[in-house]
Design a protein around this ligand. Sequence first.
Ligand code: MF3
Ligand code: CO
Ligand code: CO
Length: 267
Amino acid sequence: MDAAFKGITLLSQREIDQMRKAGQLAARLLDHLAPLVQPGVSTLTLNDEAERWTQAHGAISAPLGYAGGQGVQDFPKSICTSVNEVVCHGIPNADQILQDGDIINIDVTPILNGYHGDTSRTFLVGSPTPEARRLVEVTERAMYIGIKAVKAGGRVGDIGAAIQAYAEGEGFSVVRDFVGHGVHRTFHAEPQIPHYGTAGKGKKLRTGMVFTIEPMINLGTHEVEMLDDGWTALTKDRQLSAQFEHTVAITKSGVEILTLAPAAVVA
Ligand code: MF3
Ligand code: CO
Ligand code: CO
């Protein structure tokens, strides 16, 4: 039995060490896929290489067969690939060929020794418009601003408030229908981490909590629609959406980004 506080699992230092191993593997997987993101490549090719690499490193792809819930198929692929107006949970497909000017979020979650490393980045395909690039830059920065708002003794609402103030100040909107989440042996656990909200509100943040911060930021409306596949979420106005995600831990010595690649530049 893990330690818990009000239904939220609190991880020991040893468990956080395990989460770091999974998180670092997830970061390396995105580093490995990055050079493959080119015009002419299908999202299925990215998926298949991710699955191969994950297995070769002794891990399991959490999304593959992940339960969809009532009336929804289980997720059929190993990663999520969300192109342009797709907000999240895009399903890799052989017929979906990346085009010059696209933006694509790749979201990976390898399970290593039972622990999940959950991270995503939005990549530029060729040369997107300046507006698209700015959306991607603001979204990455929004994620780091959210991470900076995390501290033991603070509140969940501090995170969303910081992200929302920044993203809306840049003229973009924050998706409400999908949130960050606790992550450890369970893929999606308490607490939920909205990327909008009010500072000082929500559950208290405590040492031992591990969760994702994964803002989805839209060029136009924050409203989303679902495709009939039960998974693909897209913007209601079909304008662009971007997303970045890290898994973070609150440790005795501060906040650690478990999925930060060794060579990453924190923008
Ligand atoms: N990795 C996604 C997240 O950040 C969840 C994907 S669930 C899937 O929470 F089934 F779509 F893969
Ligand atoms: Co996540
Ligand atoms: Co994810």
